[in-house]
Design a protein around this ligand. Structure first.
Ligand code: GTP
Ligand code: MG
Length: 542
């Protein structure tokens, strides 16, 4: 469901690092570590607004973090020297990834035609990865297809169908760097038919860039019911995208002309919605105006002659400075497999959600409990010896046939493997049932949880949670013992869910990335939720 953007360009996707001898051993320490808090999904946001973002630093925390950074960077350079000296076969590690920079996956989301691919393409152009000749070629090709203004999007939209229709279908993938960060861009499709692909992109991301078109009428269409702006935000939050950069795009457009009123109008409408989706707007969200097509306020701050009222930062600055909670590199290995292929062995692809994978490691592919050995590890285009949390990697395995691996399986440590279950207890929020359907035991939907896509059935409604009452809950008061038969749109309900095949999931409180999910029917997201309980270890059922 993904493709590498910009394969035709002559330059390498990641600019080569100056020091090609440095390996990846210092990667874990490249930035201060904090434990993933697991931002709460939308359904709990109303109850604990603000409590789900403990990582945005207070001023004093920021000072302390600076100190820690300094110590860590000197430790890191020391470690780098030691590692370079002790590494026996540095030459086999074709290492052009700058290991001293942190790595973040950023998904571009938003309504169809908001300018996600254009902005992504412009980022690659501005960071020097696409040369003028390629741009000229794309300009010509776009013109031939009567899609003149789409040439920047062609950098990300690489297949013919996407270029002809001017719509992203598969999640485009590309890499770029800012001063302190290596980014993997995941360019999601905005069209409602491709929401499952968007879910796959967002589930791999740490942060999101929500692209909104300021053009007259376009913001409105994207924002209204049925538009993808709201759906994408809710999905991103549920899927673990901790921070959002909201870019108000197309500010150059003749109906906008860098109007402050238009910018303010859109921001004012988005803020309450983002809050209700579970984002702490002060800590987790940053707005800024750009023109993705022209490239304004992206790599450098814009000139006052273009926009007199904007004093804030440009996009590269915001992305470079964004603070995200890091996951524990020493935790048990959890890597949901998103894809696989054969290449003198079985190669699996995915994002490491917890732990560190090293060459030579013995691991388990779950739920099959297949014992495998890591015989190679690739990060972007480079071979590495190990990779930590949040890295998108390709892992070559021995001990398993490629046919025996499926998307949704999880690469896991042997000592503390992920559970394989056929039922779980979830707390979910009903968003929008089709045709006023009621939500009862027997309701069937498609479950999307990390890279798993499975038919599921709600087998028992356990309890409806009343957010207002919950706040004044009286622990002495006994709950009525009446059985809950149904709930309606908007309800928050605890229920038991079953699937036919074994799936590898975790409690949200233990591994948020493997414990949050969406339910979809007939191409619409009907509910978002989190796993609150799983059967005891070793048992697929309660
Ligand atoms: P999907 O992938 O189909 O969801 O669309 P997208 O969000 O990737 O939009 P895309 O980048 O394909 O751009 C859609 C149209 O908007 C193209 O015609 C772009 O040229 C135009 N566009 C994008 N950004 C800007 C901008 O900053 N200014 C102006 N004027 N047009 C823009
Ligand atoms: Mg696109």
């Amino acid at each position: 469901m993904e493709h590498d953007a910009h394969t035709e360009a002559p330059t390498h996707a990641v600019p080569p690092s100056e020091d090609a001898t440095v390996d990846d051993w210092a990667r874990d320490d490249a930035e201060p570590m904090s434990v993933e808090s697991g931002a709460a999904p939308a359904e709990v946001a109303a109850a604990d607004a603000g409590a789900d973002a403990p990582h945005a630093p207070s001023p004093s925390a920021a000072v302390a973090a600076e100190g820690v950074k300094e110590i860590q960077s000197s430790l890191q350079s020391l470690e780098l020297k030691i590692n370079v000296a002790t590494q026996e076969d540095a030459h086999v590690v074709e290492d052009d990834v700058d290991q001293t920079k942190r790595h973040l996956n950023v998904v571009f989301i938003g309504h169809v035609d908001a300018g996600k691919s254009t902005t992504g393409g412009q980022i690659l152009f501005l960071s020097g990865q696409v040369d003028d000749r390629t741009i000229q070629k794309y300009e010509k090709e776009a013109k031939d297809k009567s899609r003149e203004s789409w040439y920047m999007a062609y950098i990300m939209d690489t297949n013919e169908e996407e270029r002809v229709k001017g719509k992203t279908v598969e999640v485009g993938r590309a890499h770029f760097e800012t001063e302190h960060t290596r980014f993997t861009i995941l360019d999601a499709p905005g069209h409602k038919s491709y929401v499952p692909n968007m879910i796959s992109g967002a589930s791999q991301a740490d942060i999101g860039v929500l692209v909104i078109s300021a053009r007259k009428g376009e913001f409105e269409t994207g924002y209204e019911r049925g538009g993808q702006t709201r759906e994408h935000v809710l999905l991103a939050k549920t899927l673990g995208v901790a921070k959002l950069v909201v870019v108000i795009n197309k500010m150059d457009e003749p109906t906008v002309k860098w109007s402050k009123e238009r910018y303010d109008e859109i921001e004012a409408k988005m803020v309450p919605f983002l809050k209700s989706s579970g984002y702490n707007v002060k800590k987790d969200v940053q707005f800024l105006p750009i023109s993705g097509l022209v490239g304004t306020n992206m790599k450098t701050r814009m000139d006052k002659s273009i926009c007199s009222w904007w004093d804030g930062p440009c996009l590269f600055e915001v992305l470079d400075r964004i603070e995200v909670p890091l996951r524990d590199p020493k935790g048990p290995v959890r890597m949901p497999i998103i894809d696989k292929y054969k290449d003198m062995g079985s190669v699996v692809m995915g994002k490491i959600e917890s732990g560190t994978i090293r060459e030579g490691d013995s691991l388990l592919v779950m739920p099959n409990k297949s014992h495998v050995k890591v015989i190679g590890l690739n990060l972007d285009e480079s071979k590495v010896r190990r990779a930590g949390p949040a890295e998108n990697v390709r892992v070559k395995l021995s001990g398993i046939e490629e046919e025996d691996v499926m998307a949704g399986f999880v690469l896991s440590s042997v000592a503390n493997p992920v559970g394989a279950v056929s039922e779980f207890i979830a707390q979910l929020q009903i968003l929008e049932l089709l045709d006023n359907a009621i939500f009862t035991a027997g309701y069937k939907a498609v479950l999307h949880i990390h890279s798993v896509v499975e038919e599921c059935e709600i087998v028992e409604l356990i309890e409806e949670i009343d957010m207002k009452k919950k706040k004044e809950a009286d622990p002495k008061k006994k709950k009525p013992k009446r059985k809950l038969l149904f709930v309606k749109n908007g309800a928050i309900v605890v229920c038991r869910i079953q699937v036919n095949n074994l799936i590898c999931i975790e409690k949200f409180s233990d591994f948020p990335q493997l414990g949050r999910f969406t339910l979809r029917t007939e191409g619409k997201t009907v509910a978002v939720g989190k796993v609150v309980d799983v059967p005891p270890a070793g048992s697929p059922t309660f």
